[in-house]
Design a protein around this ligand. Sequence first.
Ligand code: SF4
Length: 285
Amino acid sequence: MEVVLAKTSGFCFGVKRAVDTVYEQIDKAGKTGDIYTYGPIIHNEEVVRDLENKGVRVLNSKEELEQLSMGCVIIRSHGVSKDVYELIEKKGLVCIDATCPFVKRIHKIVEKESGNGRQIIIIGNDGHPEVEGIKGWSKTSAIVIESPEQALKFDAKKDEKLCIVSQTTFNYKKFQDLVEIFRKKGYDIIVANTICNATEERQREAVELAARADVMIVIGGTHSSNTRKLYELCQSECENTYYIQTLEDLQLELPNSVELVGITAGASTPNKIIEEVQNYVRINF
Ligand code: SF4
């Protein structure tokens, strides 16, 4: 029996970089280093708990940041608005910036083009931390659009200049459709496709693997929407698809006829859990 682990399973480049940054900081500073992350570094309770045990605390708001008088603040891969950097500096704290470079690129575009007088349109989900961070780099108030209805409703002077960017995880097809609505309105538009293909690649590889596999295992938190999506996609290709959080949830009974077991994992699933599942299946079947 063959066991194949999808190459794109687990942390994407930006999340891995951010999580590694925190662990590196712990190694450098030790338990008394007053290390904070601005928001949980990743949507994975186990990792956040492990970091807490190592002395890392999570700041949930600007008010909590305001209370600090010393220590180092790590910015997670989603990035933050410009005023958070300014507050960190004003408070005399050390800033370790683990913003994903793909998100940083959006900040730069937004800052520059809003400075050139363009109205910033962010295609994405309002309220998502990444979108909130992007908004905070626009010199004028940015507008977030996530549906065709909102795009159709958008109304500005005919000579208005726009710059459209996207949340990195937005669906490419939906992004194109929304951009098209703006184009038809005849504005002077700059479009920056800032979608990151990590999610899409992970999904594509999972579907390909599931189509070949007799059994498919998808690992990730129950609240992780990208893991649920992976599960649904895999299940449509392979009816024996299991959704587990950790090895403890795995109750596999494999008949002799099984030739290929595929494994993939959501973006916030730590490598350790993926390894444990993979080793268990390899050794026991
Ligand atoms: Fe990961 Fe892409 Fe987001 Fe960066 S932009 S954190 S690589 S999904």
